[in-house]
Design a protein. Structure first.
Length: 264
């Protein structure tokens, strides 16, 4: 099986073939997703929530992201590994974006970086692209700006539609190889997908984007509590894991594990 690289994603758009991206934060999970043939793994700054337990993605740092990215690169020999730039690591300008991304490339083996924003980060995207660092953009609802956006809400409604279209065009023209669109009306996401030559990756953006992405713990049912409307649970890993742990503890308490077959 061939390794996925950015030109394969462009090729799939040309052929009208949809693909799936998942987030990933560790070696064991990366190996399973690679076996499953997931072509693109995103080491999301959602690791702030899923790995570190922060309430938002705002606190996570480059130093907290780097070990996760390294682990995913080692676990997934075929996937294209995209590394999310955290809040505070690129907003100051192209120079800061370059320094952060160079750290990722030198220290982790990631194949691409991702950052949030449209027109406002076009200069960063252009500088990274010129340096040979492929960039995935992220527009619509951008969680690092949750305070500025006034909460977790759909973007691109009403007057926001023109801004979203302008953002999509700006990131493409700046050289992004793909763009995530989060929490955007399906019809607007479809319109942008037809307009752009680069692949669009939807999350809460309907069924007509070129690709889809979910946080893996949401996808597999490990996330506890209520999840967003756009999430579908494809398994109940959380229940299974809790039950396995409880059964193990119970067997230890009752003295039935380990059995003779587990001993030397
Ligand atoms: O960090 C993340 O998980 C993301 C995806 C949801 C696109 O940015
Ligand atoms: Na993210």
């Amino acid at each position: 099986r061939r390794a996925t690289r950015i030109q394969h994603l462009a090729q799939m758009k040309a052929e009208g073939r949809k693909w799936a991206m998942l987030t990933c934060y560790d070696y064991s999970t990366a190996a399973r997703f690679d076996e499953a043939g997931i072509p693109v793994l995103l080491v999301g700054d959602s690791g702030a929530n899923t790995v570190y337990g922060y309430d938002t993605t705002i606190p996570i740092t480059l130093d907290e992201m780097i070990p996760l990215i390294r682990a995913v690169v080692r676990g997934a020999p075929h996937a294209l590994v995209v590394a999310d730039l955290p809040f505070g690591s690129y907003e100051a300008g192209p120079q800061q974006a370059l320094e952060s991304s160079v750290r990722y490339f030198k220290e982790t083996g990631a194949h691409a970086v991702k950052l949030e924003g449209g027109e406002r980060v076009a200069d960063q995207i252009a500088a990274l692209s010129a340096a040979g660092i492929p960039v995935m953009a992220h527009i619509g609802f951008t969680p690092q700006s949750v305070n500025g956006l006034g909460g977790y809400r759909v973007q691109g409604r009403g007057d926001g539609a023109d801004q979203l279209i302008a953002d999509a065009i700006a990131v493409q023209e700046a050289g992004a190889f793909a763009v995530v669109m989060e929490m955007v009306p399906a019809e607007l996401a479809a319109q942008i997908t037809r307009k752009l030559t680069i692949p669009t990756v939807g999350i809460g953006a309907g069924n007509e984007t070129d690709a889809q992405v979910l946080v893996w713990q949401d996808m597999a049912g490990l996330t506890s509590g209520k999840t967003a409307k756009f999430v579908k649970r494809f398994a109940a890993i959380g229940d299974e894991l809790r039950d396995a742990a409880a059964t193990y503890a119970d067997e230890v308490a009752r003295g039935t594990f380990p059995g003779p077959e587990h001993g030397y």
